[in-house]
Design a protein around this ligand. Structure first.
Ligand code: ADP
Ligand code: MG
Length: 639
């Protein structure tokens, strides 16, 4: 906390000092009262009473002015503290490894960045100062009380001990509930966020009732927790207000008896009682000040839980230099295990040895879940390899500055993510210094010329996550983003899955020129995409099962032939029949392809309709067979 508060410490201390001054001024009022009662009132001197009233008025005004001054002192700097903490949190979130974001619910992060920081600011502005101010006021007040009459003072002091015990009990209990409430706010935020982002699924499956039910359940839980908090607060508040009240009552009785005995002046009793009454607020407010402090302590914990997670490791220096490897992209005995996977589970990738020569394009083929996406994420270091190394032109990526690595390598992922910005901004994210010409070229490589037909062309704002565009359009923009900077190394994770056959053919033709100039890894599911590559690597169960040209693999690897031909191998595309072991993946592969295709209402060509040697149509046929109910419609549109 201190680093954030440090810059405003002078202001905070000044503010506390001003508040103490103001608070003590209010304690002078009883002394004026005493002077009035024992002096002018006893002497029946109206002039003196007026003078006393004037003093009281001035004191009141001074107190109000001082409190206003305090607020002015702290308001602006504390808003600054909140803003800088929030900025730090955001910056930190951007630098945390992907594995962190895999693990944490976004709603939890959101609520920490908003509600919790607001609680913290309120704590710094109010309870922090007032806990000090009230403690000082109470202390000064008791000194005054004891100076006036120490027996009565003792009567008032008596409840202090039980009150302190109660307060500490309250605080332990309250901290537990406060933590629970704030965590639940995070969970609630997650649900809201998910159902807003997933609104299409929610509506499409008619899940709005069950979503609403889930939300109600969570908010009901939060309500119960909040009520628990309120109950605790009400309990302590009741005790804190009534116990001193009783003590004041007792002091009043005792004092009246003493005045009747003549051992105490009426003025002293008035002063004593009004001091006691003036102390009531500082004592009573301690209850909710403690509650607020507890909440902000929880908020601080929650804030630093995120801030204390280590950022992505930078470049590893001083790693012993293994003999320089050849140029191009080289995987040497790469092993990878997800950080949250159990230690006894097999690694997702193991013993990956690949050499992609400069200018070469390697297609990566494998069943669903074989680790293709994972492998591509290792190159831009979205995840760190857990064994072996990856080198780019002989340089280990672990020893590279991250910014340089990401300049060298460009990526497009399976799930194209766009940001709520203009189309142009989304594309130039791939290379900040790209000029208009480069953008135009990238768009044409990705066959994303539909951009020019958008209402404002490149300046069109795409909605959150680009949801106002079709899946294929999004994918093409993501592809344009990947190629705009003409990177040395290109990593594409199935970048054409959502395109119709014709667009795909066009993109492939254009992409071929880009690929000729870079070293690339392209995850491919279809023979047509594979044809872009010089060589193909077959990934099976996290290992490279075979490397070779498309034809070689078709001849030598039963699994590859099967993956490329799909379930409909009987048309005879020269490859061997499928193997039993590989069959398990068939449905999954076919389905995932089909899902992607729906986006653009893809029409599958029927068998025999312009088949070519590379078996493209063999791959297409899978879908038609997987989804028989679609065939009639597709036939209709084909005519
Ligand atoms: N963030 C993650 N945490 C843990 N396991 C993961 C994560 N992402 C993927 N996996 C697992 O790693 C394996 C490979 O996944 P992936 O690389 O996405 O496969 P592919 O892209 O070949 O379909 C799968 O078994 C998947 O369950
Ligand atoms: Mg994948």
């Amino acid at each position: 906390m201190w680093p954030y508060v440090r810059p405003v410490r002078v202001r905070l201390f000044t503010a506390a000092f001003v508040a103490i001054l103001a608070s003590c001024l209010s304690l002078v009022i009883p002394l004026v009262l005493k002077w009035m009662v024992d002096g002018p009132v006893a002497d029946r001197d109206p002039g003196g009473v007026w003078l006393g009233a004037l003093y009281l008025l001035l004191l009141g005004i001074a107190e109000a002015l001082l409190f206003g001054f305090r607020r002015w002192l702290v308001a602006r700097p504390l808003a600054g503290v909140e803003a800088s903490m929030r900025a730090d949190l955001y910056r930190h979130l951007q630098r945390l490894p992907v594995a962190f974001h895999d693990r944490w619910a976004s709603g939890q992060l959101l609520s920490r960045g908003t509600t919790d920081l607001m609680l913290l600011r309120m704590f710094l502005a109010f309870p922090l100062t007032f806990l000090v101010v009230n403690a000082t006021t109470i202390l000064v007040g008791f000194v005054l009380l004891f100076a006036q009459d120490w027996t009565l003072g003792l009567v008032l002091l008596a409840p202090a001990v039980p009150l302190m015990i109660l307060c500490s009990l309250f605080e332990t209990k309250y901290s537990v509930v406060a933590r629970r409430a704030q965590d639940q706010v995070g969970d609630l935020t997650t649900v809201v966020e998910e159902s807003v982002l997933g609104i299409r699924i929610v509506k499409g499956f008619g899940r709005h009732r069950s979503q609403a039910r889930a939300f109600r359940a969570l908010s009901g839980r939060l309500r119960t927790t909040e009520l628990g908090k309120a109950r605790l607060l009400a309990g302590i508040w009741g005790l804190i207000t009534s116990i001193p009240e009783l003590a004041i009552g007792a002091a009043l009785v005792l004092g009246t008896i003493q005045v009747a005995d003549g051992s105490l002046s009426a003025g002293t009793l008035v002063a004593f009682l009004s001091t006691a009454l003036a102390l009531r607020w500082p004592v009573e407010s301690i209850g909710f000040l403690l509650a607020m402090s507890q909440e902000s302590a929880t908020a601080t914990d929650r804030f630093f839980e995120v801030m204390d997670v280590a950022e992505e490791p930078g470049a590893v220096t001083g790693r012993e230099d293994a003999p320089a490897t050849a140029a191009g992209m080289v995987f040497e005995g790469v092993e990878f295990r997800y950080p949250d996977a159990g230690p006894d589970t097999p690694p997702v990738l193991a013993g990956i040895d690949l050499h992609i020569r400069p200018g070469e394009t390697l297609a990566l083929v494998g069943g669903t879940g074989s680790g293709k996406t994972t492998l591509t994420a290792l190159v831009p270091r979205l995840h760190e390899v857990t064994g072996g190394r990856i080198t780019l032109d002989g340089e280990d990526i672990a020893t590279m500055e991250r910014s340089r690595l990401r300049e060298l390598v460009s990526v497009a992922f399976e799930e194209p993510t766009l940001f709520s910005a203009t189309v142009g901004a989304n594309v130039t994210m791939g290379a900040a210094d790209a000029d208009e010409d480069q953008v135009r070229r990238a768009l044409s490589v990705a066959q994303a010329d539909f951009v020019h037909d958008l209402p404002q062309g490149l300046e069109t704002e795409v909605g959150e996550q680009g949801l106002s565009l079709s899946g294929g359009q999004r994918q093409r923009l993501a592809l344009a983003r990947a190629v705009v900077g003409e990177p040395r190394f290109l990593v594409l994770d199935d970048p054409l899955s959502a395109l119709d056959v014709h667009t795909e053919t066009l993109v492939e033709a254009a992409l071929r020129q880009v690929l000729a100039r870079t070293t690339a890894v392209v995850v491919a599911h279809r023979p047509s995409t594979v044809m872009l590559a010089d060589r193909v690597a077959l990934l099976s169960g996290g290992r490279i099962a075979a490397v070779g040209t498309h034809q070689e693999l078709l001849r030598d690897s039963a699994e590859y032939a099967w993956l490329m031909s799909g379930a409909g191998g009987e048309d005879g595309d020269g490859g061997p029949r499928r193997t039993e072991g590989a069959r398990a993946d068939a449905g999954a592969t076919g389905r995932s392809r089909h899902r992607a295709d729906e986006d653009e209402g893809l029409t599958a060509r029927r068998p025999g309709e312009g088949d070519d040697e590379d078996g493209r149509n063999a791959g297409r046929r899978v879908r038609a067979e997987d989804v028989p109910q679609q065939v009639p419609a597709e036939e209709g549109s084909a005519r």
